[in-house]
Design a protein around this ligand. Structure first.
Ligand SMILES: [Zn+2]
Length: 216
């Protein structure tokens, strides 16, 4: 009886160990997949092809309460002075105070304020950089470093901190050069600007494919 009981216990422990191990391997594999997805190192294909062949399904839409895309990436006439200029990001209108979320897991490489981009947070994920402009709040400096603080939104983001995908990293504000509340979102791959709409389209397509078939 005693021996049987011990055997069962040992068996259970083994099962538990296997379970823990498989969870660890699973999580590790997932992380690696994300990094591979982001690096997209094949330079022989065009940017559009490269984006289409990358796994974007793990990305987060960068703003809550989204209303509309108010200005696309590319050349346009400036809404402020009417001159032709290059718009390096995508404008996404949302009510003042709407939370902004990190599009991807990464590290905050810069927080800044008092520039045309207003109060901003820049996150680096592999070869990609994603920047969020016109946020509410401002930058403060402490002995530990620089941080962006938006007290009424309950947001404090340190330069150098890691942020998981989907984390709230700010709120839509009116700081910098802006005519209305929106998120100006830019994406850079290896230092060159990429149209964020291309990535979002691909992200939506891949996320839709992941959803279970409602009729099946
Ligand atoms: Zn903009």
């Amino acid at each position: 009886m005693m021996i049987n009981c011990l055997r069962i216990k040992q068996h259970r422990l083994m099962l538990l160990a296997v379970l823990v191990l498989s969870i660890c391997v699973g999580v590790g594999g997932f992380k690696q997949k994300q990094i591979q997805a982001l690096d997209a190192p094949d330079k022989s294909t065009s940017q559009t092809q490269k984006i289409a062949s990358t796994a974007w399904q793990y990305g987060s839409f960068p703003v809550e309460n989204f209303q509309s895309y108010t200005s696309p990436f590319g050349y346009r006439l400036s809404p402020i002075d009417g001159k032709k200029q290059f718009h390096n990001g995508l404008d996404m209108a949302a009510p003042l105070g709407s939370y902004v979320r990190s599009w991807w897991t990464g590290k905050v490489v810069e927080v800044s304020d008092n520039t045309p981009c207003g109060t901003a947070v820049i996150v680096e994920s592999g070869s990609w950089r994603h920047a969020y402009c016109h946020l509410d709040g401002h930058v403060e400096v402490a002995a530990k470093g620089r941080y962006m603080i938006d007290r009424s939104g309950g947001i404090q983001i340190w330069q150098g901190q890691e942020v998981p995908v989907g984390m709230r990293i700010g709120r839509v504000g009116m700081t910098g050069r802006t005519t209305g509340p929106h998120l100006h979102w830019t994406l850079k791959f290896n230092g060159s600007y990429v149209d964020p709409a291309l990535v979002l389209k691909e992200m939506f397509k891949q996320q839709a494919m992941l959803k279970p078939d409602p009729l099946g």
